[in-house]
Design a protein around this ligand. Structure first.
Ligand code: ATP
Ligand code: MG
Length: 179
């Protein structure tokens, strides 16, 4: 039987203005080794589901379609890194994450559980990954010179195909938040 499961996650996608600023910051990372996240893949994960069985994918799409709420603002004003295997992941985050982000995350966790998906109890640490597999000591300053203001207009359910060349994302559902 073919495996029709899909690797899924909920995320916020930057609009063009924010993407451009994120790319600019990535250019500052040129001095680092590692693999910058391709511009089209830049995102902030709301909830990572991992492999979801084919018979649950419609239910996950329904959860995405049901996302409601108003737009909110987020300021990306800090950076950091975490270890992954022997290398580091460099990310950008918010020193003051807006409460709406936690609310969205919690709501998605509960709904995922309610359809029988395993949801890990890790602390949610919202961030935009800029580069992976960084072995050098290079980091962005903890407080970058310029912060990036981001108005969150939309949430997405994304499927990720892991290829030798990197992940290929496809948006399955995109939901606009109200003004
Ligand atoms: P690549 O794996 O090619 O480096 P990627 O990490 O962006 O690219 P995925 O591995 O499909 O692509 O992950 C999609 C998103 O989910 C990313 O933001 C990733 O950091 C996050 N993610 C992946 N695995 C987990 C996990 N176990 N727990 C929490 N978030 C995860
Ligand atoms: Mg990954």
């Amino acid at each position: 039987m073919p495996d029709l499961s899909q690797r899924l996650f909920f995320a916020l996608l930057p609009d063009e203005g924010v993407r451009t600023q994120l790319r600019q910051l990535q250019k500052d990372l040129n001095r680092a080794d590692g693999r910058p996240v391709p511009a089209k893949n830049l995102h902030l994960t709301l909830l990572f589901l991992g492999n979801v069985a084919a018979d649950k994918i419609n239910a996950v799409c329904d959860i995405a379609e049901g996302i409601a709420g108003s737009q909110f603002d987020l300021t990306l004003d800090m950076s950091g890194s975490f270890r992954q295997n022997n290398a580091r992941v460099l990310w950008l985050g918010a020193s003051k994450p807006p409460p709406e982000l936690g609310v969205l995350h919690q709501s998605l966790c509960q709904q995922a559980k309610s359809i029988g998906l395993p949801v890990r109890k890790e602390t949610y640490r919202p961030h935009v990954t800029l580069a992976r597999k960084v072995y050098s000591r290079y980091r962005l300053p903890e407080r970058p010179d310029r912060s990036i203001p981001w108005t969150i207009h939309r949430c997405a359910l994304i499927t990720s195909e892991l290829l030798p060349t990197g992940s290929r994302y496809k948006v399955l559902v995109e939901k606009e938040l109200s003004e």
